[in-house]
Write a protein that binds this ligand. Structure first.
Ligand code: ADP
Length: 202
């Protein structure tokens, strides 16, 4: 198994942006959000289970999962969120392990927004936390997703707090500043991770 660096942080903190910078150095990115999208594709086991539970109103006119309908449903009821997590997480986990095994780069960047919430820290060799001032996080997410501030606040409220994430951080990127500033932090970490991966390989 290659050396695994888990990248985590709240919504809109800059995980995708940072992953794209690591990708420029030819580092394999495993993104749990991408996997989560793939496993509910039309015809998938997970989508069939979702339809069984909630009916066809969970589908768009093209037959794919309507994320907004599902989101509405699971935000209303904790029980439903647990049900969905129990369905999706084991499938995501299996897929993630498969991808980790076949990766070729010196280390892997595993982008996993809910690392702390799901208590899967042990699956990484190192934990990299993106930190951003909350006002910046709110503004960037609102602009990116074109949603109301209250919607972003609701999502942040059910995620781990910055302090909870920090408790597990081996490394931190502060993404409150410019992309250029973040780029410089990534270069340093990349060099460091190459060294750590080499030590692990022995
Ligand atoms: P996440 O993947 O953590 O949800 P993103 O990487 O998508 O966050 O970043 C959220 C939004 O903020 C995106 O629109 C992105 O382009 C923008 N963004 C990220 N980092 C910066 C930065 N340092 N300066 C300006 N905009 C940024």
């Amino acid at each position: 198994m290659p050396y695994v660096v888990a990248l985590t942080g709240g919504i809109g903190s800059g995980k995708s942006t940072i992953a794209n910078i690591f990708a420029k150095f030819n580092i394999t990115i495993i993104d749990s959000d991408v996997i989560a999208y793939e496993i509910v594709k039309p015809g998938s086991f997970a989508l069939k289970e979702i339809i069984k539970r909630y009916g066809c109103s969970m589908l768009t006119e093209h037959g794919s999962l309507s994320r907004s309908s599902l989101r509405e449903r699971i935000f209303q009821y904790n029980e439903e969120r647990y049900w969905l997590n129990n369905l999706l997480h084991p499938i995501i986990n299996i897929k993630t392990q498969e991808l980790k095994k076949t990766a070729k780069s010196p280390y892997i960047l595993w982008v996993v927004p809910l690392l702390i919430e799901q208590r899967i820290q042990y699956q990484a060799n190192r934990i990299l936390v993106v930190n951003v001032r909350e006002s910046v996080q709110l503004k960037r997410t609102q602009t990116r997703d074109n949603v109301k501030l209250t919607q972003v606040e609701k999502i942040i409220a059910i995620q781990a707090t910055p302090n909870q994430r920090m408790a597990f951080a081996d490394d931190i990127i502060n993404n409150t500043g410019t992309i250029q500033n973040t780029f410089l932090q990534v270069i340093k970490l990349h060099k460091f991770y190459i060294k750590l991966a080499k030590i692990k390989r022995g």
